[in-house]
Design a protein around this ligand. Structure first.
Ligand SMILES: Nc1nc2c(ncn2[C@@H]2O[C@H](COP(=O)(O)OP(=O)(O)OP(=O)(O)O)[C@@H](O)[C@H]2O)c(=O)[nH]1
Ligand SMILES: [Mg+2]
Length: 253
């Protein structure tokens, strides 16, 4: 039943947006481009012959060389940082260019899709030049479809982020911030995976010595005085904080 519901909600959002839209923007996190791509959506858009623009957002959090590497992989991609307001003119030009290709007269709808928390609402706000779509560091913030006018006849459609309903990869969802720390079942093992994956950057960020993930969690707890009765390091609290810092882009990739 739950599975069936999840499937319906997912496809309702995706199908509605793709059907309505004349152009689709897929907003990806530039730090996790492959992980935040949704091939189901891409295939569907291509099958319907609608233009698809990849927006690699949060590029303020990656190095220039990494951006150059990514650029070579895509035909139609725009690098953007919604917070630094970088790339919005290019994106607007691309939208205008694509809207002319279709030679549709009248209203053009641009559907904005992507995993939760990739910055869809933030990208829309930069394009509009004001806060029209509400944003939040908490994933799953946008809850319904919202139309926002950007020019006389171009409308953007903000959507709730979607995770393919079949995807049950808890570590990936933690990593790309599409699930909030409070929704992560085993926060300790998620933090262990993060420490392993980040290859020393966690230790560097919190200023502790390298070691096994468990010892790193304990060292951070002691350093920041997160201890329970009897001086036992509270690794659970540290794990939650670490994942939150990571998801909020405080730790560089
Ligand atoms: N560093 C950085 N952070 C960003 C950027 N764009 C968005 N964010 C942050 O990412 C978080 C999510 O942004 P939203 O615009 O709410 O993301 P969304 O995709 O609309 O999220 P949902 O509606 O939950 O699916 C917020 O904390 C934003 O401040 C960016 O270019 N750089
Ligand atoms: Mg949103």
């Amino acid at each position: 039943m739950v599975e069936k519901y999840k499937k319906r909600v997912y496809w309702d959002v995706v199908n509605d947006v793709i059907k309505e839209a004349d152009i689709v923007l897929e907003v990806l996190d530039a730090r996790f481009v492959e992980q935040t791509r949704n091939k189901e959506i891409e295939d569907k858009v291509k099958r319907l012959n609608k233009p698809l623009i990849y927006v690699l957002n949060k590029c303020d959090l990656i190095e220039k060389e990494e951006a150059e590497k990514q650029k070579k992989k895509f035909e139609n991609c725009i690098f953007m940082s919604a917070t630094k307001k970088y790339g919005s003119t290019m994106l607007l030009h691309e939208i205008l260019r694509q809207s002319k290709v279709g030679s549709k007269i009248g209203r053009i709808i641009v559907g904005v899709l992507g995993y939760p928390n990739t910055g869809k609402s933030s990208v829309i706000n930069v394009l509009v030049g004001r806060q029209s779509a509400k944003t939040s560091p908490v994933s799953g913030f946008t809850s319904g479809l919202q139309m926002i006018k950007i020019t006389k006849n171009i409308y953007l459609m903000d959507t709730p982020g979607v995770i393919p309903y079949k995807e049950e990869d808890a570590v990936k969802h933690m990593l790309i911030a599409s699930k909030n720390p409070s929704d992560i079942q085993n926060i300790h093992s998620a933090a262990v995976e993060l420490i392993k994956m980040a290859k020393g950057r966690i230790e560097e960020h919190y200023g502790v010595e390298k070691g096994t993930p468990d010892s790193v969690l304990k060292r951070i707890a002691i350093k920041y005085n997160r201890v329970k009765k009897g001086g036992v390091p509270d690794t659970e609290v540290v794990a939650r904080k670490m994942i939150q810092d990571w998801q909020r882009g405080k730790i560089r990739v």
